[in-house]
Design a protein around this ligand. Sequence first.
Ligand SMILES: [Zn+2]
Length: 268
Amino acid sequence: MKTITWKGGARCAVSLGIDVDGESLWLSRDPENARRPGVLSQGAYGPKVGVPLLLDLLERFAMRATFFVPGWVAEQYPDVVERIHRMGHEVGHHGYQHEWPDPDRPDEEEANFLKGMAALERVTGERPIGFRSPAWELTPRTLPLLREHGFAYSSNLMDDLAPYVHPEGLVELPVQWLLDDAPYFMFQTRPPSRPIWPAELVEKAWLEEFHGLYGLGGHFNLTVHPQFIGRPGRLRMLERVLSTVLSYPDVWVAPLRDVARYWKEAHE
Ligand SMILES: [Zn+2]
């Protein structure tokens, strides 16, 4: 991998993407969950408790993050999303009701995409420029759709350690399941489920990867969900991870829109 020079001569970029899925995560897995208030309450914890706690944590670090919000969640919790926007964080597109796009139904994908975008625009007064698909699932229609609607970046693919530019100019900001809280913390009573990991082990996994990326000069693009990371013990772990990461010299911390903009300008 060739050495990357990040903004201000930094050797590593760090971003936090916060997927505010709320109940839509559970509704998209099984529409029957609409009749299971207990299941839905796991999702509601995100916008209700997790987001305010995360906003406080970000203020302590004077850090700006990218919140990916499904349009349906923006409609259910306009005050929460408006507050995120007002505090200077980026609000990105995350589908309408957290649906996984079906490659055999491109019209449905487009309709949900437009519905999600309109809902975010109504709440924040701004069009999103970044897209993260639910569960990072894309179809052959997704990237063309982003280009047609003037998006600056996608943050969905897993084939690099640093950003790259797709044909026709869309920037990709790669992700990885390793740097996502869901595989470690997402538990459900119905199969398939996973065991719940202690936060201490997740801290270890994330910092191991940070040290590796710092050595190579990549992009530490961490993904969390307020309904999972928003538990008090896990928030303390996230705080420790951010403190460690920010204690390194030459680290550039930025929301994804800024990373995409920098990458595009630096590579044109
Ligand atoms: Zn999501």
